[in-house]
Design a binder for this molecule. Structure first.
Ligand SMILES: [Zn+2]
Length: 719
């Protein structure tokens, strides 16, 4: 399972999607004109493929004036809607609202690149400065009473005389978005609501910057004598990383997951494992200027106060009302059903690992920094599976070809590299492909891939769009991107990745296919439902272990021979291996997220709350939450994933259930009929159809939890 979140830009756009405001912008400067003329961030996108961002001309000095101009433009567009004297209709209110903010959307595309792919201290300063200004701007729109009245009139009228199906859904979603975000509050409450959001925006930025600072400030530099157990690829990457940081001849283990995880898996230096583990799991929790505990308490208090203004008991109740799960209780019921099986499995895993340690004469008791190391030994022993051997068959280039193959088989897409220099990129390693319909040749969009880790790039992997598909205002084609943090190899060396990382690579591509396949007319219908949007990505992971992919693309980097059947059998046999660890570390985070937002946060001691909640859950002491609270960016660096981390498992119930449908189909995972149904019902409609209904259209019934339990090798809970 892979738990990576979409980019900040995606979150921002989600936050902005219902935003529509009124007053004129006071920031406009009189001498703005010459500045604007040269400001590339404001310019229309030009060139082939419906125009593309001028990433090669980005200048950080343009950000502030561009955002100011973009906000002013959007506010005046909203003004034009509210000053219309005609009675409100879909055409004169909703359509212009959907059209508004184009310039700002373009600016945010660049902003997202700086924020996630190319960050710097200079940018972070601008980000901190802009966060409260953007929050004010958002409030101006979401609290615009005149605008809301018009939307409400369109909505009320549609209850009498229904609109066309997709228009009706647009109106429903926009109306709910406004109502959920305080449009109906009285003036005093609105003022407080906006002030809270403004304060939160600054706290979110501080939260992320603190985590990033701790990632950059804690790097372990090793000498040649301290490399015991590490595979050659990791040693090379660590040498490269040290060189980049001006310590040539040393080996750098950086404080990111992609560095920490393999180090803990392979290093024979137990004391160093402990150090690297502590660095990683203490991010944001070091009691210094970058400590996040006080930030978190404040965030929880403000969230609770804000939803209180809307009459909600707690943040979780408010947040889940338009999710697939509907209530925190439904989400908790799923997690509680799986938890006992997960921690019971941890017990078995620890016993297996302790036995290995004892047999080796290691004289240790399994600690959290030992889990990955001994799990790898058990894996070899039980399944005779060597992760490093598997890696030799997982080359990034071949995996990329595998993605294209799957997209061809399921979606009838063709990927072609764009001619050199025809599309600008923000960094030389970024590559771009054109996506077309294989049969008709119709242009669908461009796929940007930014594969490698570097200073200033967020850790993890994510997918986002620079432009989404819509047709209501002319046909707009998709600009989608995937972003990873593979360690860049020495020149001439292939990029070999782990099975998990290969799975994640497919996962993010599933998000991209979800973008490309959109058939919606209006922008609002491209929006995601948080506990559903991980389904499309998770389901695509399943194609990695299909025979067609294995035989064609999982080939040895030296011999070119496909992965031997014996090794494949071992991988499949070990599919449920370490599920205790991965399910428990995930669920602990997901349950924590929900409990924090169901609790009373007045005077909350974040550190104690985390400890006590874990104790009450009987959290095994041999592992920690996948994301400890002080660096749980999904939940505290914005609101995109707050009380939403459970969504990965919620979506995984659908995933496991859908995968069983493929396994049972006559053509298996390449069954044309079932694939067409999946694209038609579960990908293309985006949010134009209620997700529960969409799933029933695909499967003929609701998804069942049993498939998920089988998938993870857990016993089926008794009813
Ligand atoms: Zn995802």
């Amino acid at each position: 399972m892979n738990l990576y979140f979409n980019s900040k830009k995606f979150q921002l756009i989600t936050a902005l999607s219902f935003i529509l405001a009124l007053t004129s912008c006071k920031q406009t400067k009189e001498n703005e004109q010459p500045m604007e003329a040269n400001n590339i961030l404001l310019s229309e996108w030009t060139g082939d493929y419906g125009g593309t961002p001028a990433f090669d001309k980005m200048n950080i000095k343009d950000i502030k004036p561009a955002i100011e101009k973009g906000m002013a433009e959007k506010l005046s567009e909203i003004d034009a809607i509210t000053s219309n004297t005609e009675p409100p209709t879909f055409e004169n209110t909703i359509v212009p609202l959907e059209k508004s903010g184009k310039t700002l959307d373009r600016v945010f595309t660049y902003y997202g690149i700086w924020s996630s792919n190319m960050s710097s201290p200079e940018f972070r300063e601008i980000e901190s400065e802009m966060a409260p200004i953007l929050s004010d701007f958002n409030s101006k729109i979401s609290q615009n009473l005149e605008l809301f009245k018009r939307i409400k009139t369109v909505y009320d009228n549609s209850l009498e005389t229904p609109l066309e199906e997709d228009q009706q859904r647009v109106v429903n979603l926009i109306y709910e978005g406004f109502a959920m975000n305080g449009a109906e509050l009285d003036d005093a409450k609105k003022e407080r609501y906006a002030a809270i959001n403004k304060e939160l925006s600054t706290l979110y930025t501080n939260f992320s910057n603190n985590v990033l600072a701790d990632e950059e400030n804690y790097v372990e530099y090793l000498t040649k004598e301290q490399l015991g157990g590490l595979p050659e690829s990791l040693v090379k990457a660590a040498a490269n990383a040290a060189k980049e940081k001006g310590k040539e001849g040393m080996y750098a283990i950086t404080n990111t997951r992609s560095s920490m995880d393999p180090f803990l898996t392979y290093s024979t230096e137990r004391a160093l494992r402990e150090k690297v583990w502590k660095n990683y799991y203490s991010r944001g929790d070091n009691g210094d200027q970058y400590d996040n505990n006080a930030n978190i308490a404040k965030i929880l208090q403000l969230r609770k106060e804000r939803v209180g203004l809307l009459g909600f008991d707690n943040y979780a109740n408010w947040r889940l009302q338009n999710r697939m799960a509907k209530t925190p209780e439904n989400a908790m019921a799923l997690m509680n059903a799986v938890w006992p099986a997960a921690i019971a499995r941890v017990k078995e895993e620890v016993a297996d690992m302790q036995a290995v340690a004892d047999k080796n004469g290691d004289k240790i008791t399994i600690e959290p920094w030992d889990y990955r190391y001994y799990a790898e030994k058990v894996r070899k022993l039980k399944y005779d599976l060597d992760s490093d051997e598997v890696k030799q068959y997982l080359q990034l280039d071949k995996l990329t070809q595998a993605l294209f193959f799957v997209a061809d088989e399921l979606f009838n897409y063709k990927f072609t590299p764009v001619p050199e220099g025809s599309v600008s990129v923000f960094q030389e390693d970024v590559k771009v492909w054109e996506v077309t319909n294989k049969t008709t040749g119709e242009h669908i969009g461009l796929w940007y891939l930014d594969p490698f880790a570097r200073q200033g790039k967020r850790s993890g992997a994510w997918a986002n769009t620079y432009r989404s598909h819509t047709t209501f205002d002319g046909n707009k084609t998709v600009l989608g991107s995937n972003n990873s943090n593979f360690v860049k190899p020495a020149p001439g060396e292939p990029v070999l990745v782990s099975w998990d990382d290969a799975t994640t690579f497919l996962h993010e591509f599933g998000h991209a296919l979800h973008f490309f396949s959109s058939n919606v007319k209006y922008p609002t219908l491209n929006g995601g439902v948080r506990d559903y949007t991980e389904f499309q990505s998770q389901v695509l992971e399943r194609w990695l272990s299909t025979d067609k992919v294995i035989n064609q693309f999982l080939v040895h980097y030296k011999t070119g021979k496909p992965m031997p059947a014996e090794l494949i059998a071992k991988i499949k046999k070990s599919a449920t291996f370490n599920q205790g660890f991965s399910t428990t570390e995930y669920l602990a985070s997901a349950i924590m997220d929900m409990k924090f937002h169901m609790a009373d946060p007045t005077n909350i001691d974040v550190d104690a709350f985390e400890r006590e909640t874990l104790a009450a859950l009987n959290m095994p002491k041999e592992l920690v939450m996948r994301h400890r609270t002080p660096h749980f960016g999904h939940v505290f660096s914005g609101e995109g994933y707050a009380t939403a981390y459970y969504g990965y498992m919620w979506a995984d119930v659908l995933t496991a259930d859908a995968a069983e449908a493929f396994a049972e189909a006559p053509g298996g995972f390449y069954d044309k009929e079932l694939a067409a149904k999946m694209v038609k019902y579960l990908f293309a409609p985006r949010n134009s159809v209620d997700p529960a209904e969409a799933y029933r259209n695909f499967r003929g019934r609701d998804a069942k939890i049993e498939a998920l339990m089988r998938d993870r090798g857990f016993p089926i809970p008794k009813k």
